[in-house]
Design a protein around this ligand. Structure first.
Ligand code: FAD
Length: 285
């Protein structure tokens, strides 16, 4: 459990960090909260020659709650999002998800940007970002770009982020009147989502007019259950409607299988988490 030897640098600005990332090439790794990277280094699953510590960079800090958009710096910790009163008002899904990540010590160090860049298939934030239609702003040697969450998560620990890019912030639209819920079945040791489901529903005249459903933990990367989303319009919570949504959500996606959950069990957990999340969303304000 001792990592291989590595160098350590602490840039004073984002542009300095980009320069160091460009100079060091594939041997360098950014480090933010360190709560995914350091365990991997201790297990010798990662052995970067140099760590570039970006946790303190001013450009990656801060949360701004606007009328139409919430902007969250990449280095914002899970705990800061768990306890941010203004964010809770604008986007209640955010503290609900943050609160379910691991335990207070992980939440105090781990960051939103680190979690998204790491793209663990069982991480909680990817489901929330997909359900909330977030935009992920990144910067690299070739300039800045904004990636919709829909196009960000590509595969197992794989994102659209290039090796020389830094995730700077996340922007999330604020749409009043939506109802939201997040349900996950926690792995009993780590707290990671064996399956997690985020639901955001739009209401008109007390009937569901549409919405987004995003799933984590079930497949090699978080995904939107698009066929089930298409069936959300008119959903009023009747058992037969719910069963149809559950069928649509998990058909056609290959479930992960591991020592904790085989394909059948994981599918059953997914259905149960979606059923509960839908029920929560229908009754929340
Ligand atoms: C015991 C334990 C339990 C956990 N349980 C959960 C859980 O229940 N749910 C959950 O979602 N997560 C869980 N985690 C993971 C935790 O949330 C991590 O904090 C998070 O996944 C990574 O964030 P970090 O800031 O620690 O990233 P780091 O470990 O610092 O970095 C992770 C990766 O992202 C890259 N990176 C970091 N920041 C950036 C950036 N701004 N731009 C580009 N690349 C970047 C790094 O180079 C590295 O490859 C758990 C971790 C532990 C140790």
């Amino acid at each position: 459990m001792i990592p291989a030897a590595f160098g350590y640098v602490r840039p004073g600005s984002l542009s300095e960090a980009l320069g160091q990332l460009g100079e060091s090439g594939e041997g360098a790794k950014l480090i933010s909260g360190g709560h995914s990277l350091l365990p991997m280094m201790k297990l010798r699953l990662a052995a970067p020659a140099t760590l570039i510590d970006i946790a303190g960079l001013a450009e990656l800090q801060g949360v701004t709650v606007g009328e139409n958009e919430v902007v969250i710096g990449a280095a914002t910790t899970h705990a800061q999002l768990e306890h941010h009163a203004e964010v809770a008002k604008a986007l209640p899904l955010i503290p609900a998800v943050a609160h379910l990540i691991a335990d207070p010590s992980v939440r105090n160090r781990g960051t939103l940007g680190g979690s998204l860049a790491h793209a663990d298939p069982s991480a909680d934030w990817p489901a929330a970002m997909l359900a909330l239609d977030a935009k992920i702003d990144v910067i690299g040697a070739r300039g800045a770009r904004s990636i919709p969450a829909d196009a960000f998560f590509k595969g197992l620990f794989e994102t659209d982020l290039a090796l020389d890019e830094i995730l700077v912030r996340v922007r999330i639209p604020v749409i009043p009147g939506r109802r939201v819920a997040y349900r996950k079945f926690r792995h009993p040791a780590s707290g990671y989502a064996v399956v997690g489901v985020a639901v955001v529903v739009d209401f008109q005249a007390e009937r569901c007019a549409g919405g987004r459903i995003a799933v984590t933990g079930f497949a090699d990367h978080a995904f939107r259950a698009s066929s089930a989303e298409a069936a959300l319009a008119g959903y009023a919570g009747q058992p037969d409607q719910a069963e149809r949504l559950l069928d649509l959500a998990f058909t056609g996606t290959v479930p992960l299988e591991d020592r904790f959950a085989d394909a059948d069990y994981r599918t059953q957990l997914g259905r149960t988490m979606l059923r509960r999340a839908l029920a929560d969303a229908m009754t929340s304000d």
